[in-house]
Design a protein around this ligand. Sequence first.
Ligand SMILES: N[C@@H](CCC(=O)N[C@@H](CS)C(=O)NCC(=O)O)C(=O)O
Length: 199
Amino acid sequence: MKLFYSPTSPYARKVRMLAIEKGLDGSIETVTLDVSKPTRALLATNPLGKVPALLLDNGEALFDSPVICRYLDSLAAPALIPPTGWQQWEVLRWEALADGMTDAAYNLVMEQRSRPEHERSPQTMARWAAEITRTLHYIETRLESLGDKLTLAHIALGAALGYLDFRLPQLLQESGCTQVTGWYEEFRQRPAMQATQPG
Ligand SMILES: N[C@@H](CCC(=O)N[C@@H](CS)C(=O)NCC(=O)O)C(=O)O
């Protein structure tokens, strides 16, 4: 299997962490790229030109990160997505929440980095920032439902908070969500978080 990724992509980080936690990283060849200059090989794998994208040994390709995570989780134990029941929906909801927060953060960062100031929309940027802060507060009161046993929910949240810490640290700090930042400080010590630090 070949994983196309960018070292700063939070979506790819989620996939890479899941692969490490499942002991699958040794069977995945990685191809690092700059998404602002998508290569032919990436576009042949994912016409959207986004990472992560996974090229399987049979020539089939998988994207985006939720799909790749489900595929990798099906390959080996331990299951990081509960196979059935309400627990499964809870984990998938956490992933959707974490990815949604990352979408807002990624859009905000792209607006700041790729547009000159006079072309930016302060209203839209404020809406994305508010979305992130509101979601952090939502998480603040629900962290206990994550539980201690590692699942995709923990990995998705770790990748999302890692991206905020990397690109928008003031939003994370100024949210005042001390349960969330405390959880992140502990979770970031995990070898899979350490091995996938952006930069
Ligand atoms: N929903 C997708 C989002 C992937 C995504 O937006 N990746 C960014 C990098 S963080 C990308 O490839 N951007 C390049 C582009 O949009 O052209 C996923 O979960 O994989």
